[in-house]
Design a protein around this ligand. Structure first.
Ligand SMILES: [Zn+2]
Length: 361
């Protein structure tokens, strides 16, 4: 004969009235028997919402028909649950330990941190590897259009000088294995952003007239700048950065089914983001490789850093406070947003100077 199932004294509310009825609880097979003075109620155990085990308060179980069981004797309730084989979910037991909660929170923070630090760049790398180059070009084209509208004017450099700079760069690249050289296209612009250069996804590299005049048209120095920018193109940093920056936004858009908005904001994101320190190192490494292979002293880059630094310390002319001044200020603010990926926003630090001074391994 099976051993007698344990019983528990509890209080029953039928969910209709506030009347508290004393009952006896017993588990028989898969059912909970709620025995009252005038008959008994049978409810499948699985349909009862058993309470989580808290350290305080009453034990209350909800019944499927809106009724409720209550027991103020916590020890008796827990002993009955154990004896009746009503195991609590392990999670509930674990939740009672603050050490466990703390460990869980810390683990979550570490996992999220790792995803942000390593996972996102890895995912971006993988996504970019699977993305056709035509996507880079399309984004680069619309970014160029936006830049031209907001910040750029046609170059005033003589076309012979533009060609000479392109030819010097092409000549430096000609000794590299062809597979190491992505498609590129150097364009010159007059711009309020000062001496600068930036690479857009797809291979368009913009160089400002001011950059050329800053180094008196020295093609070796300009080749160093262009080789750095081409490093960004080669490693597809623009698209990688976009994938990372827009990962959350794009995921949201996909969930909401509003993908066109995500696409429309990409060119703006190009302007608002900046390359990571790692991306800058990769671009510098590419520049160093080009310079060494072409027989150009890498110190050409250090010369440029020094000129940019000197230029930075010469105060710009004050802008008059009128309508034209305000427009100029707005343009400058827009320019600042675009400078994140531009050459002059990450000028010389000790590490980069050492790198191009021949102290790098
Ligand atoms: Zn860069």
């Amino acid at each position: 004969m099976a051993p007698m199932s344990p019983v528990l004294q509890a209080t029953y509310f039928d969910g209709q009235s506030a009347l508290a009825r004393p009952v006896t609880l017993r588990i028989v097979g898969a059912d909970l028997h709620i025995c009252q003075a005038h008959g008994s109620l049978v409810v499948p155990v699985r349909q009862v919402r058993w309470p989580e085990r808290t350290r305080h308060g009453q034990r209350m179980a909800d019944l499927p028909d809106g009724g409720m069981l209550q027991c103020a004797d916590l020890a008796a309730w827990d002993a009955w649950c154990n004896a009746a084989g009503l195991r609590e979910p392990r999670l509930v037991v674990l939740q009672q330990s603050w050490r466990w909660v703390l460990a869980t929170v810390l683990t979550l923070v570490l996992v999220l941190g790792a995803i942000y630090r390593w996972g996102l760049p890895m995912v971006a790398h993988a996504v970019v590897a699977q993305t056709p180059h035509t996507v880079d070009e399309a984004i680069g084209d619309s970014a160029l259009h936006a830049l031209d509208k907001a910040l750029m004017e046609p170059s005033t450099l003589a076309s012979q000088q533009q060609d000479a700079i392109r030819a010097a760069f092409a000549n430096a690249l000609s000794v590299l294995p062809p597979d190491d050289v992505p498609r590129w296209n150097v364009q010159f612009r007059k711009s309020s952003i000062g001496p600068n250069a930036l690479a857009l996804p797809g291979g368009t590299i913009l160089m400002t007239d001011d950059m050329v005049s800053l180094v008196d048209g020295d093609t070796e120095v300009l080749t160093a700048v262009l080789a750095h920018e081409l490093g960004h193109v080669k490693h597809r940093h623009g698209l990688r950065m976009l994938v990372q920056v827009s990962a959350l936004g794009t995921m949201t858009s996909l969930l909401l089914g509003d993908f066109s908005t995500a696409l429309a904001t990409l060119p703006a994101l190009v302007g608002q983001a900046h390359y990571s320190r790692q991306a800058e190192r990769e671009a510098d490494a590419h520049a160093l490789q080009v310079l060494r292979t072409a027989g150009i002293p890498p110190k050409a880059m250090v010369t440029l850093f020094a000129r940019l630094e000197a230029r930075r310390h010469s105060a710009p002319a004050p802008v008059p406070r009128d309508a034209a001044g305000e427009e100029a200020e707005q343009r400058a603010a827009k320019a600042m947003a675009w400078l994140g990926i531009a050459f002059a926003s990450h000028p010389a630090d000790a590490e980069r100077i050492a790198f191009f001074s021949g102290n790098a391994p």
